[in-house]
Design a protein around this ligand. Structure first.
Ligand code: NAD
Length: 270
């Protein structure tokens, strides 16, 4: 059985709240203590969106926390338990030693025109960049400081391996095993011509690669980090890497592999 302090984050719906209350009862009866500020374990109950919001809320203590999620919606990519089988979690906790799986996250630093750092963000799914006015987004893309391509189109999506099944997948990007130390850059509706020319395919960058995006028109810039959206008057440079200092840790009790979850979510349920 787990030992230590726990916190439960629930989506605000009847089923999630009910499961949250039962889980709390079980954890307290198992001699764990509730601590919403400094937990060792965080349980997210809801959908993938609940996991994203929970990750964001606990970002400063990410290295100390282990997450587990129960999904109560139709898709639960970060979860092993559902509203139908959540009681199995109680048996698994009592009987089994959990495995800890760590997944990489992205770090973004945003700079304004005088070179000042104006934002620093961590992402579990993806970072997307575009113009919040709806006009085409134009930017020079550099890999490790060397100019790679000039992009013009709707925007760019930079995803973590766990985020590869989210927005990235809808854009035609590759699905990547979540424990791979890589990240992916996928174009959103690129306009290719003699001036703006991009590779077209998704790029898979290594944990040592740094991606720099310099918008050609620095105004009206939008940065989306998972479910959050930030508008900036001007942005001169964005630097993106896999975070060296942060990873997210999930508790796993069963051997349901990532590829089984991909099959169940996107291909068939058998
Ligand atoms: P939301 O409620 O609209 O949920 C978006 C959908 O994405 C949900 O069905 C959710 O289950 C799914 N999802 C989230 N993370 C996933 C993952 N890692 N793998 C597979 N599916 C996943 O929005 P929200 O709750 O605010 O979530 C924000 C996320 O929505 C973003 O991180 C982005 O990935 C996704 N999104 C997708 C598209 C698209 O596919 N066209 C567009 C915008 C945003």
């Amino acid at each position: 059985m787990l030992k230590g302090k726990f916190c439960i984050e629930t989506r605000d719906d009847e089923v999630s709240v009910k499961i949250g209350n039962k889980l709390k009862e079980f954890l307290l009866a198992s001699n764990m203590k509730e601590d919403t500020e400094n937990p060792d374990y965080v349980f997210a109950i809801g959908g993938d969106g609940t996991v994203l919001r929970t990750f964001n809320k606990h970002i400063d203590n990410l290295d100390k926390i282990k997450f587990l999620s129960i999904h109560t919606g139709h898709l639960g990519f970060y979860t092993d338990y559902s509203a139908q089988n959540f009681e199995k979690l109680f048996f698994d906790m009592l009987a089994l030693e959990p495995k800890i799986e760590q997944y990489p996250v992205l770090r973004l630093k945003a700079y304004c025109e005088d070179g000042k750092l104006v934002g620093e963000y961590y992402s579990l799914n993806e970072i997307t960049v575009n113009n919040h006015t709806g006009t085409t987004y134009a930017a020079k893309v550099y890999i490790n400081g060397v100019h790679f391509e000039s992009f013009r189109g709707d925007g760019l999506c930079i995803s973590t391996p766990t985020g590869s099944t989210a927005y990235n997948k809808s854009l035609g990007g590759a699905v990547i095993h979540p424990q791979s130390a890589v990240y992916q850059v996928t174009e959103i509706a690129a306009l290719n011509n003699l001036v703006y020319r991009t590779l077209g395919n998704s790029l898979i960058l290594s944990e040592d690669d740094e991606l720099t995006i310099k918008p050609i028109n620095a105004d009206n810039h939008r940065i989306s980090v998972d479910h959050l959206h930030f508008n900036y008057e001007t942005i001169s440079k964005l630097q993106i890497t896999l975070a060296k200092d942060k990873k997210i840790s999930f508790i796993r009790y069963n051997d349901d592999s990532f590829w089984q979850r991909v099959k169940r979510s996107f291909i068939s349920n058998d």
